[in-house]
Design a protein around this ligand. Structure first.
Ligand SMILES: Nc1ncnc2c1ncn2[C@@H]1O[C@H](COP(=O)(O)OP(=O)(O)OP(=O)(O)O)[C@@H](O)[C@H]1O
Ligand SMILES: [Mg+2]
Length: 295
């Protein structure tokens, strides 16, 4: 079977007060089935935009102007950007995009995939959860998508199981709680339950621990590792924290100024195999990490 995800030569541009700005400049990366790919890079390097492009969620104009996003649910790769060539045309020295037409095409392509085949966990889970629905109802909604054959009681039971799997102390109580009644760390656990109960093939986690305190961060990262250990799903994991990324990921890409400057397997990096890009080396040094090749 082919790769789950293959992003090729992705270009994202925005029109700003200072003219056209290319924020993602020919980015390529891929994700094998069951793999965790870590994405590192300084603020503004294009990490979020590159992954939002996979979800079809790049806002702003013109947005994605070039590239391929090959996603393979099992029946062969489908290019999620296949329609892009129909709405982006060169005009003079720049690319012009029919935004409204693009939005319609994105919706048609992505709607069958959103929430089911791919889903995302962002920072600030309190804002991602619905404040007016109990946590349980939100997890049950995910369970309904993944297991439509279950009846109401079955869904509720599964939801409580999911809340236990994300290590909530009192899953039954959390099931009937609202987001405002939970701590930040508990909200993030709930969000992870909502995301994973949908049984997605691809999970995109964009700085899911930012804003949580240190102990809770470590617990959430450990939780991701445990939940992904069976290799039944794949994850793109974005973080500023290189230790987090090295703990979770099988491979990393390092981004800078809209480009991928390095792709390396974490095992090779830790074994000191090959030369590091100077920017990767500076990230490692800043975190007091030194990996040297065995003599
Ligand atoms: N709608 C928009 N219009 C103009 N510029 C934008 C727009 N959205 C994002 N950008 C710019 O695109 C660049 C890449 O943004 P992106 O969010 O991908 O960075 P990032 O690597 O995720 O950074 P961070 O680590 O801070 O989250 C940034 O310079 C950002 O300011
Ligand atoms: Mg970001």
């Amino acid at each position: 079977m082919s790769r789950l995800l293959d992003v090729r030569d992705l270009v994202i541009e925005f029109d700003t007060r200072h003219g056209r700005k290319r924020v993602v400049d020919g980015v390529s990366f891929h994700l094998e089935r069951g793999e965790v790919l870590g994405i590192l890079g300084e603020s503004g390097s294009g990490k979020t935009m590159s992954t939002l492009a996979v979800l079809g969620l790049v806002g702003g104009r013109p947005g994605v102007v070039q590239g391929q996003v090959l996603f393979d649910e099992g029946a062969g790769p489908q290019d999620l950007l296949a329609d892009l060539g129909r709405v982006v045309k060169p005009r003079g020295d720049r690319l012009v995009k029919n935004d409204r037409r693009w939005q319609r095409l994105v919706h048609r392509t992505m709607r069958p995939l959103w929430g089911r085949a791919m889903t995302a966990v962002f920072q600030n889970p309190r804002h991602s959860l619905d404040p007016l629905m109990t946590i349980g109802a939100q997890v049950e909604e995910s369970v309904r998508l993944a297991q439509p054959e279950l009846d109401r009681a079955g869904r509720a039971g599964r939801a409580v199981e999911w809340l236990a799997r994300v290590q909530m102390n009192d899953p039954k109580r959390v099931h009937s709680s609202y987001a405002h009644e939970l701590s930040g760390g508990m909200c993030q656990r709930a969000m992870i339950a909502v995301a994973l109960a949908r049984a997605p093939m691809l999970l995109i986690a964009d700085e899911p621990t930012t804003g949580l305190d240190t102990t809770v961060r470590a617990e959430i990262v450990a939780l991701f590792r445990e939940l992904l250990a069976d290799r039944r799903r794949s994850m793109l994991y974005i973080s500023h924290d290189i230790r987090e990324v090295l703990f979770l990921a099988d491979r990393i890409i390092v981004m800078r100024h809209g480009k991928v400057v390095e792709t390396v397997a974490v095992a090779d990096l830790k074994a000191g195999v090959g030369e590091r890009h100077p920017y990767t080396a500076s990230l490692l040094a800043a975190a007091d990490l030194a990996f040297e090749a065995a003599a």
